[in-house]
Design a protein around this ligand. Sequence first.
Ligand SMILES: [Zn+2]
Ligand SMILES: [Zn+2]
Length: 274
Amino acid sequence: MREYREFNAERRSRIPAALWPFWAPDPETFCRWRVQLECDCVTEILTPGNEVLPVEQQWYDPVHQAPLPAGQVLCSHDNSPPAPYRDIAEWGERREVNFPADAVEPPDWMDAETWAVIRHDEPHTSAFWSVTLACGHVTEVIAPDLEWKPADGSQRARAKSLRKMKADFEELWASDPDAQAEREREHTRRMLADGWPSPRPEHLCYTCSWAQWIVAYQRVGWLVPRKPEPEQKRPRPPSRKGLERRLFQAEAEAEHLRKRLAELDEGSASAEAR
Ligand SMILES: [Zn+2]
Ligand SMILES: [Zn+2]
């Protein structure tokens, strides 16, 4: 509760009050659930209201600013599996990013020779496309050029340079087996077999390393506990004395009604006789 209030206070300082019901709602609207994830972690989550089950709810991936598949949450571990390659299933929105000219000096992690080849000596603009991968996670890929659009498909390397690349990689793998990790080597093989496509039809999904399915859930209750419903006043069982009194009254009433009927019958009989 305190955590939510602190989180919401910070959030509300950035959001106009009129939008609070949508983007920073009161804690009263949330329901608490204890959930078990496929990584075996047990944690607690909140859902808006108690109608939607945790496995039906879509949580947000703040890194890629996209919803996760329903029923998945992020859970980071020191021993999280490495990011797998996933095929691109769908192309989304495009955005352009402007970059300043690169520094003349190579960064620490690159040798001067390679830097000289890839360095941009002038400011440049690149197009990024948001993509949904086969796992349902969203990431962003860089387009080969500003004009490229998904309908253009991937460009392939020329046969001659493809042959050279294949030979170079085979030589590298033979001379230095540790040059590429198994995952990268397999990826490289697939790309070479596919003609070295650009953009790549598959990408690393870092979200897959963290995303965990909810495998079990248990409702804890409302984040703000509700006041208990006032107990309905049940009528007390009648006492023997009370019942005797009601029976006596009912019998007296019945006796009275029988008398009235008898009087009526007598009256109509004497009228007929006359
Ligand atoms: Zn976990
Ligand atoms: Zn993924």
